[in-house]
Ligand binder design. Sequence first.
Ligand code: 13P
Length: 436
Amino acid sequence: MFDLIPLIKAAGYLGIFGIVFAESGLFIGFFLPGDSLVFTAGFLASQGFLNIWNLVSLIFIGAVIGDSFGYAFGKKVGPMIFKREDSFLFHKENLNKAKMFYEKYGGKAIILARFMPGIRTFAPILAGVGKMQYSKFLAFNIIGGAIWGIGLTLLGYYLGSVVPNIDKYIVSIVLLIIFISITPMIVHIFKDKNTRDRILNTIRNKTKYVNKLVVFNWKMNPETLEDAINIAKESDYKNIVIVPPFVFLEEVGKIIRKAKLGAQDLSYKDSRGGSFTGEVSAVELINLGVKYVIIGHSERRAMGETNSTIFSKIKTAMDSNLIPILCIGENLEERKSGLTRKVIRNQIYSGLSLTNRNNKPIVLAYEPVWAIGTGKPDTIESAREIIGYIKELTDQNCRVLYGGSINSRNINDFLKYPEIDGVLIGSASLEPKLFF
Ligand code: 13P
């Protein structure tokens, strides 16, 4: 933005025309400099670099044709635009904001929007989408184009002519123009409680659970694919690993964009395939986009899974580049007898010691069996102490989570401690909305 002067000098009349045209109605032009560009161009004309009348005419024509192009585009493409996915240059959010603004101010929006970066580009497109009467649109377009294009350019020209040494202040003036043109939009956005909450929520969600791993283990739930898809959609955030039952993996994998996919188990019999009825192989999981796999969950141990089977599964997962989430934890009796550390040490060593990890990542989940599904999590002090102990036994490439009766109310009590790298959540993960 501070290089506007060389930019304008290099771009010349044609470049200025092109930028004004694109910024006025060319969908992807919303990020281009507008107000500051025409003001600075006017200033350069006052210094003899450009002819002011040629400049003013080109800017005016570029602005009006640009808006008309946007209108025609909106009319043709119509509602299809709203179905477009967000991308680096396109945000549905901007389009919706322009729509709200337009609904509120009607035809005047075409004029007002001229002075609002971002919205400027979308207002004429939306006029087209909404099939506003063209003659009415053109009238507002011409008035807006004149006030904005001619007015701002002449302002730059005038100040450049009458204020001595204005080139010293040009950067500050440009910043002021940007500030003035952005302020009404920000005020407008933040005045509306719903919009304000939405923006704050988006920011909160983007920064939520940052650097933590939150694993949603659905266990044998839900009953239908439809429910699975709905839950997955509501859980689709960065740093979340969604772990549905095998039968839903494929469909969940298709709809998530930010979350990662995990599986609840895998076969140790063969990483590729073979005659093993009921088993699911590592390669099958990988082909569905699975990144993580839970191994040795206490509910599987209770069904007869042994430390040696668990070791084989960890090895299979690692050899296939799946990240294992190895579950460990003592039962109530062991806890009461003061055997927690011993049990955990044993589970870690039998799960990991013989594995040649080659520094591959692994996740350990400390889940005291008595805290699973009981609504009574371990105390934070105890969880921190045991996780600290687990970290003494492992290396830096090993993240350690806590699991057992975590819900949306207590999750942050655990996550706020740096040694707790994340959480493994069971039943509460079926109501993901509460976490975001
Ligand atoms: P709950 O969160 O339902 O207690 O389950 C924990 C668990 O087992 C996660 O794997």
